[in-house]
Design a protein around this ligand. Structure first.
Ligand SMILES: Cc1cc2nc3c(=O)[nH]c(=O)nc-3n(C[C@H](O)[C@H](O)[C@H](O)COP(=O)(O)OP(=O)(O)OC[C@H]3O[C@@H](n4cnc5c(N)ncnc54)[C@H](O)[C@@H]3O)c2cc1C
Ligand code: FES
Ligand code: FES
Length: 473
């Protein structure tokens, strides 16, 4: 059929071979145009609306681990070796799946354009897909937008279909037998970190793609040609999650959903931060390594990890170096990256039990929105003084960056309201934020200062909302 085939299991029971010769053809396009799966809708083509939601399954021992993803920003070769469920997979012999029946009976569908995506997200929850266990229905569908129903009936349809698991032994058997194409024309899919290191050294101009939740948009929105592509999403060596008394090491390929619990154990604010990144479909694809490597000034993980003192391990061929995370970000769009060098892992030291830590994301919409700013504070208070302070912000400069003047105004000073005011004022020396559609420069500076004030008030046992404070403090 093609010299670059991709193989996947469709509907849980059929092995499919498809054309993988265009490495940046989207999975959505392949499913709709090649397989006639027109239930998979294109709403935004940028991962925001969830109309294109499908379930991806991967072998996990004897079972299949399922996760909901946005097919509009997933490249077709990323389906290789996986199982795929679309809304057409749900009904059996013309009988709607209970999730679909509940949506129809409860008037959870009006124009219907969003409905397949909701059905897939709710179906995912009903079979215990990644990120749905012990998760409220509202969080599971936060990455699905509906313009007609007001969500009430959709939430109800979810409540009526609690997690029940599924029998996917047949899918698992088919997945085990699936031929794997290690690479195709213009794309490589190394299976080990060593293979990646060798490949990237030989093709330093190639574009690494992990979850494609950033890179996907470069293709669907900016129409960029990525050139040679190296998919790293299937490299098991990059998926390590090592927790110890000293800290947490996350492989660059660990996805948000996989990292969430370990991060929350390190500090609850980290778990909450992850919950606020994109919708579930984005967290089921996007990686921590991609968030760091992308170098965006408004990436959410970097400020938090910088404040906690994280270090980045980079690999170039067989050589590795470890740098403080803040040193990675040089200037807008520029990182401390050498040719053929990739992010291998990030190390986050475990905060001392008495450390005062606060991580806060401010965005116009609570769910599934990019930050106007994201601030993180890690303080040590001893004998009534600030013994150490690390403060970092995203959205305040061209890169995620520490706040040296604010830190200096805190360190060694009495832990008092006066010190906090001096440190809040110092933020204006650290940052000259931009005004854009997410917030004005004045808003950003005032809100950053208020986050520090809130930390102080909370440390005094008061509960304060940033919204309760006048923006000028
Ligand atoms: C709808 C939507 C909502 C989003 N919401 C948020 C949000 O709330 N907060 C937020 O911070 N981000 C958000 N993002 C952005 C994105 O999800 C994250 O930045 C994500 O972590 C990127 O990871 P990825 O694996 O998808 O990276 P990719 O898109 O695959 O890659 C991103 C960049 O990193 C490089 N790269 C990836 N891995 C490596 C590696 N190991 N070594 C070297 N280079 C590498 C790639 O070459 C590319 O330059 C959102 C995106 C979408 C589409
Ligand atoms: S089409 Fe909107 S998320 Fe994919
Ligand atoms: S039913 Fe119309 S967008 Fe949801």
């Amino acid at each position: 059929m093609t010299d670059s085939p991709i193989h996947f299991v469709l509907d849980g029971d059929t092995s499919v071979q498809a054309d993988g010769s265009d490495p940046t053809r989207t999975a959505l396009d392949l499913l709709r145009e090649h397989l006639g799966r027109t239930g998979v809708k294109e709403g935004c083509a940028e991962g925001d609306c969830g109309a294109c939601t499908i379930l991806l399954g991967e072998l996990d021992g004897e079972r299949v681990a399922w996760r909901a993803v946005n097919s509009c920003i997933l490249f077709a070769p990323m389906l290789d070796g996986k199982a795929v469920l679309t809304v057409e997979s749900l009904a059996e012999g013309g009988t709607l799946h209970p999730v679909q029946r509940a949506l129809a009976d409860g008037h959870g569908s009006q124009c219907g354009f969003c409905t397949p995506g909701f059905a897939m997200s709710l179906y995912g929850r009903s079979i215990g897909a990644e990120g749905t266990r012990d998760t409220p229905v509202a969080d599971v569908i936060a990455g699905n937008l509906c313009r007609c129903t007001g969500y009430g009936p959709i939430l109800e349809a979810g409540e009526r279909n609690p997690p029940a698991g599924c029998d996917d032994r047949k899918t698992a058997a088919l997945l085990r037998d699936l031929p794997r194409a290690a690479s195709g024309r213009g794309w490589f899919a190394p299976q080990t970190a060593d293979a990646l290191a060798a490949l990237y050294a030989a093709h330093p101009d190639a574009r690494i793609v992990a979850g494609a939740t950033d890179v996907g948009l470069w293709v669907t929105k900016a129409m960029r040609d990525l050139g040679t592509v190296i998919f790293i999403g299937d490299i098991a060596d990059l998926k390590g999650i090592e927790e110890s008394a000293e800290g947490l090491r996350l492989g660059a390929g660990v996805r948000y959903t996989e990292a969430k619990e370990a991060l929350a154990r390190l500090h609850p604010d980290l778990g909450e931060l992850v919950r606020r990144i994109g919708g579930l479909q984005v967290r089921n694809s996007g990686t921590i390594g991609g968030n760091i490597a992308n170098g965006s000034p408004i990436g959410d993980m970097p400020p938090a990890l910088i404040a906690l003192g994280a270090a980045l391990t980079l690999r170039q061929g067989d050589a590795r170096r470890t740098i403080p995370l803040e040193a990675w970000f040089k200037s807008y769009g520029v990182q401390d990256r050498r040719p053929g060098e990739f992010v291998e892992s990030v190390w986050i030291p475990r905060p001392a039990p008495d450390a005062l830590i606060r991580i806060a994301k401010l965005s116009k919409r609570f769910d599934s929105d990019i930050s106007a700013l994201c601030g993180a504070f890690a303080l040590r208070i001893a004998d009534g003084r600030v013994a150490a302070a690390r403060v970092a912000f995203g959205g305040m400069a061209g890169i995620p960056a520490r706040a040296p003047a604010c830190e200096a105004a805190l360190t060694g000073q009495p832990w008092s309201a006066a010190t906090v005011e001096a440190a809040a004022a110092a933020l204006a020396r650290d940052y000259q934020p931009l005004s854009d559609l997410r917030g004005s420069a004045e808003y950003r500076l005032a809100a950053a200062a208020n986050l520090l004030r809130r930390l102080w008030h909370e440390a005094q046992g008061e509960r304060v909302s940033v919204l309760d404070m006048a923006l000028d403090g």
